[in-house]
Design a protein around this ligand. Structure first.
Ligand SMILES: [Zn+2]
Length: 414
């Protein structure tokens, strides 16, 4: 079933031209973790609007959540006709449209999923940002200084790793309520400093291939009598191939094909009707759009004079780049805010929209959008360039607010 109210509400939530305004109060990705908690404990109420479950029950012994990076709404629509697995979900489950948070980035959404904190609370908003703790630009998921290719280069600094990440995380809270949690993630980056801290309280299971993960997950689901339990799986290949080859490439199609056919064969077929009160949820943090790197606008090359307006750290190093390829954050000197806004808006007209982050925050006050924690304030001070195409990469770097979605499918017999 398609959740039509969710489509109507999300489709009318607009920001400027062509951007989507996150619905932190209702149909937003950031409400998923607490909804899972509600499904497994029955305590409180669903953080997501109840219609995301249609006529399905709202209490389960087991919840399985697949975070399929970049498989946003656009791709759900593109592949529904072609793949049986998506048709099964549409016929037997509920498919809802959700907004991503802003920024609609992997760093913000992965952190939200494992902590239950929205981006303003976790402060982990992008691939790169300024970290006041050490007065440096960092890549939080890698636990490295921004620009470093290898992981864990921040181990060299005297500040303990845990200080870089939110203190509150989801799994100890679940455990306290008797819920066992498992996190399946690629062995290529598991375990890591980030996962050791953010996933604590869960049993982390690194996997080499999706088939291997699905086989193990199925085995556990069929054998495990312990309830309630939460099984989380992160799949990165669709996103990774989209980045390298583009969302219309053969390789991207192959990654989608691999995922959706495996899900039908090695997940749905062996489990359907055999696992008691179990709900399967699938969601994404964003989609992907086509970009042509040759049309990149490099602020440092094509907007001369920008560097003069930007802040530096104590060592005199420019605080760049923050954000990523389509949502660039600039740390602007306080006295240059007015000049920078006028200059960037002029030079980026038709390419990007430029906002002062404080103005965006002021617009975002909603019931469930908690007031941003200080770490978030410190990390986003300055400007946001929100682009409709590729803008800046290489030395400094940008996002459309992509749409994620959520599907819920009951695996137990009705
Ligand atoms: Zn992502």
């Amino acid at each position: 079933m398609l959740n039509t109210p969710s489509l109507n509400v999300v489709n009318s939530s607009k920001f400027s031209q062509g951007f989507v305004k996150p619905l932190y109060d209702s149909y937003c990705f950031s409400n998923i973790p607490h909804t899972v908690e509600f499904l497994l404990t029955g305590k409180g109420q669903s953080a997501l609007p109840p219609d995301v479950f249609g006529n399905l029950p709202t209490q389960y012994d087991k919840v399985i959540l697949f975070f399929v990076d970049a498989f946003g709404w656009r791709f759900f629509e593109r592949y529904t006709e072609k793949y049986q697995f998506l048709k099964i979900i549409l016929e037997n489950g509920v498919v809802s449209k959700l907004t991503s948070q802003f920024p609609s980035t992997t760093a913000a959404h992965v952190t939200c999923m494992h902590t239950g904190l929205d981006v303003a609370q976790s402060g982990v908003y992008e691939w790169n940002y300024y970290e006041p703790l050490i007065d440096e630009m960092i890549s939080p998921l890698l636990f490295s200084y921004a620009g470093d290719k290898e992981r864990d280069t921040l181990q060299r600094c005297p500040v303990p790793a845990a200080a870089f990440y939110p203190r509150y995380t989801l799994y100890p809270a679940l455990k306290a309520q008797g819920i066992t949690a498992y996190v399946f993630q690629s062995a290529a980056y598991t375990p890591s400093t980030y996962s050791d801290i953010i996933y604590r309280g869960a049993t982390v299971i690194p996997f080499k291939t999706l088939s291997e993960a699905l086989a193990l997950l199925s085995e556990m689901l069929l054998a495990e009598k312990v309830a309630p339990a939460y099984y989380f799986l992160y799949f990165d290949r669709i996103d990774a191939y989209g980045h390298v080859y583009g969302p219309n490439a053969k390789q991207f199609e192959e990654a989608v094909d691999l995922f959706l056919t495996r899900m039908e064969q090695f997940f749905y077929k062996p489990l359907h009707g055999k696992v008691g009160h179990t709900l399967f949820i699938m969601t994404a943090d964003h989609g992907q759009i086509e970009v042509d790197p040759r049309t990149t606008f490099y602020l440092n090359l094509h907007a001369p004079g920008t560097e003069r307006l930007l802040r530096t750290n104590q060592k005199g190093k420019l605080l760049v780049p923050a954000g990523s390829a389509r949502d660039m954050f600039l740390y602007v000197k306080e006295e240059c805010l007015g000049e920078a806004l006028a200059s960037l808006q002029k030079q980026l007209a038709g390419r990007a929209e430029v906002y002062q982050t404080q103005d965006l925050l002021a617009q975002q006050r909603q019931k469930r959008w908690r007031y941003p924690y200080l770490c978030y304030h410190y990390r986003i001070f300055g400007f946001l360039l929100n682009t409709t195409g590729p803008t800046w990469a290489a030395l400094f770097c940008f996002s459309l607010v992509f749409l994620g979605g959520l599907v819920a499918l009951r695996l137990s017999k009705s």
